[in-house]
Design a protein around this ligand. Structure first.
Ligand code: ADP
Ligand code: ASP
Ligand code: MG
Length: 401
């Protein structure tokens, strides 16, 4: 069997933990499996590097950020390979480029375009365990790129797909996908199985146990993911295609995204085309706009509110300051978060959203923005009530049962 293992930051967060991971890999290898391992940077390392850059610039060049950030994963890959070699396991470490991972030129949020599997296959043929630095690739012009935060998950899924691996095991500090973040709600329940669509929704709404782009790719390539813990032996959660016979659960989970900021443009001239201009500007800067609210006032202007990732706030402020559009001013609020109720069964039931709003009301939490789709209800609220909202919603939908 060919198995992909992916170890996240916490799992390789210290030298002892790298040793522990090496022992797990050695065991799997001695059981006769072919193994390709994808690693993250040691926990906190990527944030530290971002901090370093922010010492010099609020909006550092993305090309240079990629050179900087890709180094974290390389450290872990090399250390883990050295640890395994010392245990007598024939091992080779590879950077993203050496592993043949080609991406587009979109620095800090690159898309994997193709993987040249020949170098990995050659090493596997020699009987070596391969340790790959996750989160990175190389663009056509020869620049190092990174794949967005949490992107080592994406590396692992892409490699599993390209090598047609038998399994893609993603190891972190939790033993699977829970009904909500178990750090916020200790009564959260581990799920044995989650469909791609539900996982995609949970992940894109803030359940960082898996990066949402990796789930999207797993769905596209049909890669079965197993989310497991690197600290204990437990079954884990399978993320795969929905079984037709399965009954769709009404609500499968609650997600919280703290990486949210709200922008309000005050007294925007009410004329056709203005929203297009503002949002094209943000799109060109690769700033993802999520919820949008526009309300007209009697004096012929409107207020335009929208949310963006908090990590893009400085970039957005700079851009908005440069707009010569007709609006009076811009307000920014970083102290907001998004709490979401997710479930594929919602599409055939009414009242799910109403219940969420009642729960917020009962707890005196003001809902600042709402967006709904067939399978989710999202609310923007004050950040300080985020965790309370998660726990009360988890209770209200009886997810601990
Ligand atoms: P890694 O560093 O290994 O990539 P992450 O920190 O990215 O791991 O993801 C694991 C974390 O995801 C857990 O510690 C947990 O707090 C958080 N998490 C958020 N939502 C969920 C959820 N629904 N189920 C499990 N874990 C979750
Ligand atoms: N080290 C990167 C991050 O912190 C990628 C990853 O861990 O998957 O986002
Ligand atoms: Mg992660």
């Amino acid at each position: 069997m060919l198995i992909i293992h992916k170890y996240g930051g916490t799992s390789v967060g210290s030298l002892d933990r790298i040793e522990n991971v090496a022992m797990r890999i050695a065991k799997a290898r001695r059981e006769g499996n072919d193994i390709v391992v994808v690693v993250s940077a040691m926990s906190g390392e990527t944030n530290k590097l971002i901090e370093y850059a922010s010492h010099f610039s609020k909006t550092p060049a993305k090309r240079e950020m990629d050179i900087l950030l890709s180094s974290g994963e390389r450290v872990t890959a090399a250390l883990l390979a050295i640890a395994l070699q010392e245990m007598g396991i024939d091992t080779v470490a590879m950077t993203g480029r050496q592993a043949g991972i080609r991406t587009d030129e979109n620095h800090t949020y690159a898309r994997i375009e193709s993987i040249n599997t020949a170098p990995m296959k050659a090493q596997l043929k020699e009987g070596r365990v391969i340790i790959i630095a996750g989160f990175q690739g190389i663009s056509k012009s020869g620049n190092v790129t990174t794949l967005g935060r949490g992107g080592s998950d994406l590396s692992a899924v892409a490699i599993a797909g390209a090598l047609k691996a038998d399994a893609c095991e993603i190891y972190s500090d939790v033993d699977g996908v829970y009904t909500t973040d178990p750090r916020i709600e200790p009564k959260a329940r581990k799920m044995d199985f989650v469909s791609y669509d539900e996982m995609l929704e949970l992940a894109s709404l803030g359940a960082k146990v898996l990066q949402s782009r990796s789930v999207e790719l797993a769905k596209k390539l049909g890669v079965k993911i197993v989310a497991k813990s690197s600290f204990m032996e437990a079954e884990g959660t399978v993320i795969a295609k929905e079984d037709e016979k399965m009954e769709e659960v009404l609500v499968s989970g609650i997600a919280l995204d703290k990486n949210q900021a709200r922008v309000t443009l005050r007294e925007v001239a009410d004329r056709p085309g203005i929203a297009a201009e503002i949002f094209s500007g943000l799109a060109e800067e690769q700033i993802n706009v999520d919820m949008i609210i526009q309300n007209a006032s009697a004096d012929g202007t409107t207020n335009l509110g929208f949310t963006i990732p908090e990590s893009e706030l400085e970039r957005a402020k700079k851009l908005i300051a440069g707009f010569d559009h007709d609006f009076v001013g811009a307000d920014y609020d970083e102290n907001v978060c998004k709490v979401s109720v997710v479930g594929v069964g919602m599409k055939s039931h009414s009242g799910v959203a109403a219940k969420a709003f009642s729960v917020m009301a009962a707890n005196n939490i003001n809902i600042e923005m709402i967006s709904t789709s067939e399978i989710k209800v999202s609310m923007i609220i004050d950040q300080k009530y985020g965790e309370l909202a998660v726990r009360t919603l988890h209770d209200a939908y009886e997810l601990d049962q």
